[in-house]
Write a protein that binds this ligand. Structure first.
Ligand SMILES: *Cc1c(COP(=O)(O)O)cnc(C)c1O
Length: 447
């Protein structure tokens, strides 16, 4: 946004009085940025002194596994690397090993999924779908539940009716608010399918007292720079399976074999976590509960002041304890705003009594506040558009002809969230006073 455009917004009468003299925040208020403490430095210094011997990694893996309640946590370079590793390991468990394919079918000819379909959350980041495609599989997108914004178990059942052969399911806990993982796990078991649980955003969140990431056959954590605790980068693969844990660690370090020369018996990668990053995360881990408490206070303040007739905050599922990583608001469906989005651009009309998500986004930006539209569903992304999407109404492919006449409105929770939702600043360094002003800006958008 240009300075002039920002000033034009700030000068609108509806924002009068929020700042003196049409001012704005001097320090930018962030969506979610790293919050560092002092302990991190001690661990990093230790890694320096020991010549990166891997002690931080070993300790972090032990502490994380204990905290989550799984047998193994393998420290990897990022959440994305952990996701890709999980897909490969799961696919090999289901369909056989890549190594044998590489030898008989020729290197690189087929990924571990070799053309098989995988059910994947539609309302998510592209990490899951990317990993499926990199391994030569075909994602089928499963719609979200409006009760928690994560995969809808009822839709998953419909997906299994249409594609009964599917043996792998991948779901995420959107924005740190857990989904119906118990029900999803049950459905997977009934169909003999493995489950990958993406807890990248939900570290510390619980379902019936048990940590997210511990329910799936594989769990994923991310320590990326916007996450609730961070190593600036970093990720983890969680599992109770001894073989998978061993394989993940070995494969992430070039599949080295203990021989005097470099001996290559299997394909390898280089995606192990560094000892420095592990040190950073060890220091951060001590502040996880404190970060969750602050995120929760932010969410509750928004909820108290914004949740009502015109907006609601991300829903908290029954029996779940979110980590409140990201506070998101959604304009109620009875609020008729005028906003249009093309692939890359948007427009809206200011109207009294309503506000569109991008109108609020622009207003916040004008006051130097970062916000973000919620996930654009995978089924709406150009790169994934050819793949099937299942909602409560069934398969998109079945309903394609209805779409043509432009009249049929198919139930599509993920799309509805995208069109009406906005992630609000949830940075734990944001002060109460700053948040009050942000709430005032959001409210004023409806004038
Ligand atoms: C952050 C995030 C990832 C990616 O993790 P990286 O550590 O950045 O690779 C994957 N999935 C979700 C849902 C995330 O929020």
């Amino acid at each position: 946004m240009t300075d002039i455009a920002a000033r034009c917004i700030r000068e609108q009468p509806r924002f009068k009085g929020i700042f003196k003299n049409k001012g704005k925040f001097e320090r930018r208020v962030m969506l979610a940025s790293p919050t560092m403490h002092n302990e991190e430095k001690t661990f990093i210094d230790k890694a320096f002194d020991e010549g990166f011997a891997g002690r931080n990694i070993a300790r972090l893996e032990k502490e994380a596994a204990e905290y989550i309640g799984v047998k193994h946590a393998a420290a990897l370079s990022s959440g994305t690397a952990a996701m890709h590793m999980a897909v490969k390991l799961a696919a090999e468990r289901i369909y056989g090993s890549t190594a044998s394919i590489s030898v008989s079918g020729g290197l690189g000819k087929a990924g571990a999924l070799h053309g098989k379909r995988v059910f994947c959350s539609d309302f998510a980041s592209p990490t899951m779908a990317d990993a499926i495609l990199f391994e030569g599989g075909e994602p089928v997108f499963v719609d979200a539940s409006d009760e928690d914004w994560s995969m809808d178990p009822e839709v998953l059942e419909i997906a299994f009716q249409r594609y009964p052969d599917v043996k792998l399911v991948m779901m995420n806990h959107a924005y740190g608010f857990p989904g119906q993982i118990l029900r999803i796990k049950e459905i997977c078991e009934a169909h003999g399918a493995l489950l990958i649980e993406d807890a990248s955003e939900s570290l510390g969140a619980k379902v019936c007292g048990k940590q997210t990431g511990a329910f799936g056959d594989y769990g994923i954590l991310s320590f990326g720079s916007d996450k609730i605790i961070t190593g600036s980068v970093g990720g983890m693969l969680l599992t109770d399976d001894d073989y998978s844990a061993k394989k993940a660690r070995s494969r992430a370090s070039h599949s080295r074999v203990a021989t005097p020369w470099s001996q290559h018996e299997e394909l390898g990668e280089d995606c192990r976590m560094s000892d420095i990053v592990a040190g950073l995360i060890l220091g951060q881990f001590q502040h996880l509960e404190e970060h969750i408490a602050k995120k929760r206070a932010i969410y509750e303040r928004y909820q108290e002041e914004l949740d009502g007739d015109i907006m609601y905050m991300n829903p908290v599922g029954e029996g779940t304890e979110p980590n409140y990583w990201m506070s998101c608001m959604t304009c109620e469906s009875n609020i008729q705003f005028q906003e249009t989005r093309s692939e890359r651009e948007y427009t809206y009309t200011n109207q009294h009594g309503t506000a569109s998500p991008m109108e609020i986004y622009d207003a916040l930006e004008a006051f130097n506040v970062e916000s973000s539209p919620v996930y654009k569903p995978m089924s709406m992304q150009p790169v994934f558009r050819e793949f099937d999407q299942i909602t409560l109404d069934g398969s998109k492919r079945e309903y394609a002809e209805f779409d043509q006449d432009g009249f049929w409105v198919r139930c599509d929770v993920a799309k509805e969230c995208f069109e009406r939702g906005l992630c609000l600043p949830s940075d734990i360094k944001m002060t109460g006073e700053e948040q009050e002003r942000i709430i005032e800006i959001v409210r004023s958008c409806f004038d």
